[in-house]
Design a protein around this ligand. Structure first.
Ligand code: AMP
Ligand code: TRP
Length: 337
């Protein structure tokens, strides 16, 4: 049976890009893949300047939001990376096997490092820690959005290198599991929806706040007047319809757009309805968790217990195969004679 592992940074609110690209899939997979592990990767979220109090509150919000989407601690392990020190231990092991050039070639490194004058080495090492996250649990399937494909290639290379040196087939070569909504664009319609670009819709935002963001959102640039026919295939709002509305509604949206039967605002109102339908139960569960925060703490403690047992066993095996296990006194020469 395949083992599922995935992670998310507590670097801001959970948004619909995270949800459609990854987290909705986690909720589905926890039922079909017993023993799945989902990790709030807080050590990944400290590579830039940050405020410790803000990080603390974001870790909390992320745990609560994930439980609100339907992540169920009875079916999977939800835990925090910083609760399991073996993540950073295995990351060090992997830095010794990773060519510097492979890290410098990562798209995310190139993007993030261009924003720094003095580049923290943590930004370069980020995918090494990610490989450790996954391989620590010897996971072979990783449900993520499209932007993580390159990092997973590196994780496979690392698994292959370690196996070749220390034990054949010890680590599986983890593969990404993508959804049809693997890359959700931001409301500007220009770039990926991303916390760092401020173009997101948060999963727990109110109907009014979502509408305030949807109303001015980018559509087909050729639809200048209400009577201009639109092209659903180039419109970001249409792709969100595909994610939030049933096929018959999506089909009607395309017809109304092409024939200019609806204006873009009409079309956005129908999208809002679909979003509210899906997001209302999630918001409701978040309110219940706010009233009972112990459930969040209990879920994380349970998750950490499960994760720790696997992580410790893997590291015991890794250390032994690398010559780093407990020393035993050498047999005295006289006893050999
Ligand atoms: P992050 O917020 O960067 O930790 O990402 C958490 C998960 O959400 C990862 O699996 C990402 O690939 C996925 N993700 C983030 N942004 C998007 C997006 N705009 N579209 C689809 N998936 C995304
Ligand atoms: N790098 C991932 C992101 O930005 C987060 C992450 C860290 C992750 N470790 C992971 C995702 C392990 C999957 C598996 O989205």
């Amino acid at each position: 049976m395949s083992r599922i592992f995935s992670g998310i940074q507590p670097s801001g609110e959970l948004h619909i890009g995270n949800y459609l690209g990854a987290v909705k899939n986690w909720v589905a997979l926890q039922s079909t893949h017993p023993g799945a592990l989902f990790c709030i990767v807080d050590y990944h979220a400290i590579t830039g300047n940050y405020d410790p109090a803000v990080l603390r509150s974001r870790r909390w919000e992320m745990a609560k939001s994930l439980l609100a989407t339907g992540i169920d601690p009875a079916l999977c392990a939800l835990f925090q990376q910083s609760d399991i020190p073996e993540h950073t231990e295995l990351a060090w092991v992997f830095t010794t096997l990773t060519p510097l050039g492979d890290l410098e070639r990562q798209t995310q490194f190139k993007e993030k490092s261009s924003k720094h004058e003095s580049i923290p080495a943590g930004i370069l090492m980020y995918p090494v820690l990610q490989s450790a996250d996954i391989l620590l649990y010897r996971a072979d399937l990783v449900p993520v959005g499209e932007d993580q494909i390159q990092h997973l290639e590196l994780a496979r290379d690392t698994a292959r290198k370690w196996n070749a040196r220390f034990e054949h087939a010890f680590f599986p070569e983890p593969k990404p599991l993508l959804t049809p909504t693997r890359r959700i664009m931001g409301l500007d319609g220009q770039s990926k929806m991303s916390k760092s670009l401020g173009n997101t819709i948060g999963l727990l935002e109110s109907d009014d706040d979502i509408w305030a963001k949807l109303r001015p959102a980018m559509t087909d640039p050729q639809r200048v007047r209400r009577t201009d026919p639109g092209r659903p295939e180039v419109c970001n709002i249409y792709s969100l319809h595909q994610a939030f509305n049933p096929p018959d509604v999506v089909e009607n949206v395309a017809v109304q757009c092409r024939s200019a039967g609806w204006g873009c605002v009409d079309c956005k109102k129908v999208l809002l309805e679909g979003m509210v339908r899906e997001l209302t139960p999630i918001r409701h569960r978040a309110v219940l968790l706010d009233a009972d925060p112990q459930r969040v703490l209990d879920a994380l403690a349970d998750g950490a217990r499960t994760a720790r047992a696997i992580a410790q066993e893997t590291m015991r095996d890794v250390r032994a195969r690398m010559g780093l296990d407990a020393l035993v006194a050498p047999t005295p020469k006289s006893a050999l004679a």
